[in-house]
Design a protein around this ligand. Structure first.
Ligand code: ATP
Length: 367
């Protein structure tokens, strides 16, 4: 097994999540060897893999191993923007270039100058923008929207996709010339189910990571739990595994994780079928299910805000009674208290006893 600990480059300091990476399975070790070979060059790389297989983490790794590691690493999700917005974001714009352009703004290419631009979900880029991207890659200069001035750029582009771009090319949704420009080197990430040697090292890695963050002492797995994790197919890959471990540590407060503590998605499906919403399902049951589901999914910042709003609502609904809130949400009292402190619903006073803040009376449902 190989566990690498990488210092993030200065430009990454605020955005890097995991600096330790697990490459234990022979397939992952081969990928790592390939990655180390191609990282120093300036070649464009196309990273291919199902969702959650670690494409962004690999892109950051390539950047950190390249001569550009002292420069910025800018990661963007091409699928998250409308056609107009993605153009302005990629290439930048001048003041007044379009309604709402109140000031001039550099685009992602300029922001990544001297470093690496990671374009995730490249298959979602609209065709009109693909043409412009190709031109920038060929000419190594950008022209902001609303300007005629060319700005030279020195950027290495890494792109990622979880769909087969060849199919998109055949369907007329992706330009072949852009595909060849991006795919000078390709790195294919196998789904987690095809690299079983990574599963337990990743589990231990995330147990360590989340235990540290939650302030827990050492936590072990029993043999049945290990077998259950190894037998599972991980459709959401490493991200799903990470969420399962995070969820398990939040719910289970023992030093030993047993098979029954692990809620994998096939169990969730059974549970959802058993408890499919009925017309007369109580508000409490609905709230509890929504809350459990949130713990099982990762939607980044939105997740954290919805989770906080739900906690706050449940706590106020239970008249600031921690035990009732814990029962309502199906959590232990310790976890509930820790989460309430985290979102500022409970404060520690001078005598170190916990109190709800008195100044806030209104239920804040904003997410
Ligand atoms: N080899 C690894 N070692 C440790 N953690 C990893 C590894 N690969 C991925 N992860 C973690 O798994 C999570 C998902 O990884 P990442 O975001 O890179 O996947 P992705 O393939 O880019 O996902 P998507 O297709 O949804 O954009 C992240 O939290 C990442 O830190």
């Amino acid at each position: 097994m190989q566990l690498l600990t990488l210092p993030p480059s200065p430009a990454l300091a605020t955005s890097v999540r995991a600096t330790a990476q697990v490459f234990a399975d022979p397939k992952s070790q081969a990928l790592l060897a390939h990655l180390q070979q191609i990282a120093p060059s300036d070649a464009s790389v196309l990273i291919i893999g199902e969702t959650g297989t670690g494409k962004e983490l690999v892109a950051r790794h390539v950047h950190n191993l390249s001569k550009r590691r002292g420069g910025p690493f800018v990661a963007v999700n091409c699928g998250a923007f409308s056609e107009n917005l993605v153009e302005a974001e990629l290439f930048g714009h001048e003041k007044g270039a379009f309604t709402g352009a109140l000031s001039a703004k550099a685009g992602w290419f300029e922001a990544a100058n001297g470093g690496t631009l990671f374009l995730d979900e490249i298959g979602d880029l609209p065709l009109a923008i693909q043409v412009k991207l190709l031109r920038v890659l060929q000419e190594r200069e950008v022209v902001r929207l609303g300007s005629r001035k060319s700005i030279p750029i020195d950027v290495r582009v890494l792109a990622a996709t979880n769909v087969q771009l060849e199919k998109a090319i055949n369907a007329g949704n992706f330009r072949e010339d852009l595909y060849y420009r991006l795919n000078v080197v390709s790195l294919e990430l196998a789904p987690l189910r095809e690299r079983p040697g990574d599963v337990l090292p990743l589990v231990r890695h995330f147990i360590g990571e989340y235990s540290r963050r939650l302030g827990y002492s050492e936590i072990a797995l029993d043999r049945d739990a290990e077998e259950k994790l190894l037998a599972y197919s991980w459709p959401g890959n490493i991200r799903e595994l990470e969420n399962v471990i995070h969820h398990t540590l939040l719910i289970c407060r023992n030093d030993l994780i047993r098979a029954a503590d692990l809620h994998l998605s096939n169990l969730r499906i059974e549970r959802q079928e058993e408890t499919a919403p009925s017309a007369d399902e109580s508000a409490e049951a609905l709230l509890q299910r929504a809350f459990q589901k949130l713990f099982e999914e990762d939607c980044g910042a939105l997740h954290a805000r919805v989770e906080a709003a739900l906690l706050r609502t449940a706590y106020r609904f239970c008249h600031c009674n921690q035990v009732h809130t814990a029962n309502l949400l199906g959590l232990s009292r310790n976890v509930t208290r820790a989460q309430l402190i985290r979102i500022g619903e409970l404060v520690v006073n001078k005598r170190r006893s916990l109190l709800p803040p008195t100044s806030r009376r209104r239920v804040d449902l904003s997410i």
